[in-house]
Write a protein that binds this ligand. Structure first.
Ligand code: SF4
Length: 347
């Protein structure tokens, strides 16, 4: 066992926020189902935690399309697939890129079993199996900053201003760990007023997080503003800020892309990049669950718990054959447990 490690690295804090959101998030519409994922976004911006507030009936219909995400090519097909057999070029809107790529997407969609496809002579026809539902009501982004000091707040403030201007999410929050009862007012001043602040107690304090600042809802259906460049604010800086507009259709498409990836991955997919097949790997809190390293006596980060870990020790082959403690040995058992929990959230 090594000495006292960092009490809670950012990675573990992030998992704790995800677990809390999954169990306690209060959606805007009380009948919404909540799905939580982590580390998703668009090219220039990735959010730490994503909370989807979903229409329950829509979510159920979405499950007909399987647990894998539908990428934008597949969505183009399923969203426009007609009720009756139709030549694919007549059924689908002009994509703005060569039709041969659409034809490939139709083949892929049929292979995935999410549309039907047939040949009429040389023509490829398709028809839908189910209508792709409106299943996402709201997208909430949470930035996790366990150690939010003044300088971190300054850097984060700039990033959050961009999030607010683009308004790709319906709501943006910062989750910060607090040592006292509240977040320092000076930190609040450095963050945009539209952004909510969740004050998380330390991992052993046993208190529920508190809302230190309520967010404003953002207009995700309106055009957004992308801030490309801004003056650094120095005394001699006379440069102008540069912006570009993000149209609502682009935003709609990106939100759905994020939601589809969140649907596929959830937040427990962290285990895919760790070593649950190491004999020291445990799940310390089966409700969470959070990874625990018995060798180091800490919650390991995904970077630590990798193939390059000097303490990695493969689970003995005997564990795989005696059905311990779950069929397939601990590594496989951990993955199966997390997969089952991931699936339950989608149902
Ligand atoms: S790989 Fe390293 S960090 Fe991960 S459980 Fe094994 S010893 Fe611990």
């Amino acid at each position: 066992m090594s000495g006292a490690p960092d009490p809670e690295p950012e990675f573990t804090f992030e998992l704790r926020v995800c677990r809390w959101a999954e169990q306690h998030w209060e959606p805007r519409r009380p009948d919404s189902r909540v799905l939580v994922a982590r580390q998703l976004g668009v090219k220039r911006r990735r959010w730490d935690t994503i909370v989807l507030e979903c229409d329950p009936a829509g979510l159920e219909r979405r499950s007909l399309f399987g647990t894998e995400r539908l990428n934008s090519d597949l969505r183009h097909v399923v969203q426009h697939a007609p009720r009756e057999w139709t030549y694919y070029r007549d059924a689908l809107p002009d994509p703005g890129y060569p039709w041969r790529y659409v034809r490939e997407a139709v083949h892929d969609a049929a292979a995935r079993g999410v549309v039907e496809e047939r040949k009429d002579g040389r023509r490829i026809e398709l028809r839908r199996k189910w209508r792709y539902p409106e299943w996402v009501r709201r997208v909430v982004a949470i930035e996790n900053k366990p150690d939010l000091d003044a300088s971190a707040a300054r850097v984060l403030g700039d990033q959050l201003e961009r999030d607010v201007a683009l308004s790709l999410a319906d709501e943006v929050w910062v989750a910060a760990r607090t040592t006292g009862r509240s977040v320092e007012p000076a930190l609040l001043e450095r963050l945009p007023v539209e952004v909510g602040i969740l004050a998380f107690p330390g991992p052993d304090e046993g208190r529920a997080p508190e809302v230190a600042w309520h967010p404003n809802s953002l207009d995700s259906a309106a055009p957004g503003t992308r801030i490309l460049e801004r003056p650094d604010g120095g005394a001699h800086d006379q440069s102008a800020a540069r912006f570009e507009y993000a149209d609502p259709e682009w935003k709609r498409e990106k939100r759905l892309g994020i939601a589809e990836r969140a649907y596929e991955r959830g937040w427990r997919s962290y285990v895919d990049t760790m070593r649950p097949d190491c004999r020291h790997f445990e799940l310390r809190d089966p409700v969470g669950p959070l990874p625990w390293c018995a060798a180091k006596g800490c919650h390991p980060t995904d970077r630590e718990c990798s193939g390059s870990c000097p303490d990695f020790s493969p689970e003995p082959p005997a564990w795989r054959t005696r059905g311990w403690p779950i069929e397939g040995g601990p590594g496989k058992g951990v993955k199966a447990l997390l997969d089952r929990q991931r699936q339950r959230r989608r149902e």
